[in-house]
Design a protein around this ligand. Structure first.
Ligand code: AMP
Length: 170
């Protein structure tokens, strides 16, 4: 199945100059959604992990479905102020300003093995924040996986110490 054809490019969203990769057409189609999860499942075979850590918010849709199919736990990385219990946080620089992500501090225990998943790798700042927090909690990142990778932004460079896989490349 040509999953790439289910990704809609929306020009100038959320701001001028950004070509937004909209995965809603893929999620909306029962066969494409299932095929995407099946393909992600195949892509991560051979990596041994206890939990999937996924990033708000489209990462949750893919991460929840994949964790359930794999029979592993699911952990959300959320924007500041959304998680109800004790958190650890990481603040990182954006093009303009900064952003803070959080995880529950009891979501991982030392030595656990983790797959980090997001819908899209652009510059790599967001996923680096997730990697940093997983490491703070003493867990190890066995693979960083994406549905989509924007190769021209070279986000891989920022996370080159970890195995990285993506299903669809632009
Ligand atoms: P970055 O931190 O630059 O790697 O950006 C990755 C995060 O921002 C992911 O959580 C994506 O969902 C979102 N993102 C960045 N660029 C795009 C884009 N062109 N289309 C869709 N989502 C994007």
């Amino acid at each position: 199945m040509d999953l790439k054809s289910y990704i809609r490019e929306v020009p100038d969203f959320p701001k001028p100059g950004i070509g937004f990769k909209d995965i809603m057409p893929l999620l909306q189609d029962k066969e494409a959604f299932r095929a995407a999860i099946d393909d992600l499942y195949e892509m991560v075979q051979g990596y041994d992990f206890d939990k999937i850590v996924a990033i708000e918010s489209r990462g949750f849709i893919l991460g929840g479905a994949l964790a359930n199919k794999m029979g592993v736990g699911f952990i959300p990385v959320r924007k500041k102020g959304k998680l109800p219990s004790e958190v650890i946080s990481y603040t990182y620089q954006l093009e303009y300003g900064e952003d803070t992500l959080e995880m529950h501090e009891d979501s991982l225990v030392k030595g656990e093995r983790v797959l980090i998943l997001d819908d899209l790798l652009a510059t790599g700042g967001t996923v680096s924040a997730a990697i940093n927090m997983v490491s703070q909690l003493g867990a190890s990142v066995v693979l960083v996986a994406f549905l989509i990778e924007l190769k021209f932004l070279s986000g891989r460079e920022k996370i080159k110490d970890y195995p990285i896989k993506s299903l669809i490349q632009f």
